[in-house]
Design a protein around this ligand. Structure first.
Ligand SMILES: [Zn+2]
Length: 65
């Protein structure tokens, strides 16, 4: 998973948006190739959450859930 790899170019400072992370209490610089709103750590959390939701949705639709 590239979004989990801190060293990946898609997580490099080149993608920083100049904002702070939108997560409450987080002051890290926001911006990855996936979104300008979250810092690396919170983007990973967010993407994990989305992946889990998508997987659950898929399981439900396929009658596995
Ligand atoms: Zn953050």
């Amino acid at each position: 998973m590239r979004y989990r790899d801190r060293e990946d170019e898609l997580n490099s400072a080149a993608h920083h948006s100049g904002r702070k992370c939108v997560e409450k209490g987080c002051t890290k610089p926001a911006g990855t190739a996936w979104s300008p709103f979250w810092c690396f750590e919170h983007n990973v959390e967010r993407m994990d959450r989305i992946s889990a939701n998508l997987e659950a949705e898929l399981a439900y639709r396929q009658g596995r859930g």
